[in-house]
Write a protein that binds this ligand. Structure first.
Ligand code: FPP
Length: 241
């Protein structure tokens, strides 16, 4: 079975999962840790190279302050609890997003986790925190403009490859498979540039319900798709891709 090199996931539905049970929204976010662990284990086991999880979007800052605080606390606790295990399994961790507004303790733990696992040869786990696809593109444009102003780059040298190298996922293969739980069929300002040719797969399950069976369905569906990247079926059949 063809395995995606890079899987990207929007983990949606925690709040509804909790509301369905008469629980506070935070209980849904906590319950969402179980499928996070499952996806990490399964992707590593199947030989997926990179897994990117959308944990907190640029827009999530507008949620009630109590929920934002709770999520930040949950990320901190989860990182403290899981880092040894992730490091032992050879996972390398990377965080993408705007770090400036994050609590100092969380930003420090993120930096330390990246430094500790940078050389690990296993699954590349990317957590998007305070991330937005538009923020990513604007940041890349700003970076390139700064290089142009410094005389290190000619505007004519900016091509797709150069632009992609200024984005947060630089160095990783583009996501092959995008999964979104929670029933909505949209990208919600996730990896806008990088999802250009990604296969999209949507699940009606709420994120805390996401399990190995549903993940297997997503992988099986991915394996059955013909990826043409703008070419014809005949060209793909002849090995042009
Ligand atoms: C979206 O559900 C989920 C989030 C904003 C938070 C995701 C966080 C986790 C799964 C917890 C741990 C993750 C890591 C990587 C440590 P929602 O609140 O928008 O749900 P709703 O649409 O039902 O309201």
């Amino acid at each position: 079975m063809r395995v995606p090199r890079h899987v990207a996931i929007i983990m949606d539905g925690n709040g509804r999962w909790a509301a369905n049970r008469g629980l506070p929204r935070g209980a849904g976010h906590r319950a969402g840790l179980k499928p996070v662990r499952l996806c990490i284990e399964e992707c590593a086991r199947r030989g997926v190279e990179a897994l990117t999880l959308f944990a907190f979007s640029s827009e999530n800052w507008k949620r009630p302050i109590t929920e934002v605080g709770l999520l930040m606390q949950l990320f901190l606790e989860a990182l403290d609890r899981e880092i040894d295990e992730l490091a032992t399994r050879g996972v390398s961790l990377r965080f993408i997003g705007e770090r400036d507004g994050l609590p100092a303790a969380l930003a420090e733990r993120m930096r330390a986790a990246e430094a500790r696992t940078a050389a690990n040869p296993g699954l590349k786990l990317v957590i998007a925190v305070a991330y937005g696809g538009r923020w990513d593109i604007v940041s890349a444009a700003r970076r390139l403009a700064t290089e142009v102003r410094a005389g290190a780059l000619e505007p004519g040298q900016i091509d797709e490859a150069r632009f992609a190298a200024a984005l947060a996922l630089d160095g990783l293969p583009e996501p092959d498979l995008f999964i979104r739980t929670g029933g909505d069929r949209r990208i919600s300002n996730f990896l806008l540039w990088n999802l250009a040719y990604t296969e999209l797969w949507f699940s009606d399950l709420l994120w805390p319900e996401f399990d190995g069976v549903e993940l297997e369905r997503a992988f099986a569906d991915f394996a059955s798709r013909e990826r043409r990247f703008g070419l014809t079926s005949e060209q793909v059949g002849a090995g042009a891709c």
